[in-house]
Design a protein. Sequence first.
Length: 127
Amino acid sequence: MILAFTVTTALGVFSRGIALERSAELVHDASRLARAVQQRVVEEAWIGDLGEALPPPRRGLALPEFPGMVYDLEAEIDPDRPGEVYVLVSVRWRRQGREVGENFRFLVTRGKPFPVRIREILEGARK
């Protein structure tokens, strides 16, 4: 009787540990996806220049490097500093039949990043 109880308890602890490890891997993947999205937002100058309207929210996007994960992208202006925009990335995935997710928020300064400006200068010089 005691042996059966001990074995059942040990199996329960191990299975719970495996579930926690998988959950931690998914949260880690979600943070990697948010970082990749952040790089794209900056490189593509998604939020535009100062004085331009913010882009509309984008929903249900995915990156092929992160199968099973979907993200939403939304920008909001800091009311105290109009040149700074907060970008919210909401990452979702299915876990045991229900949808779970994580939210990430980062600050982006409006304006084109340096590589984009250089590319535009070079393209203008060629014409």
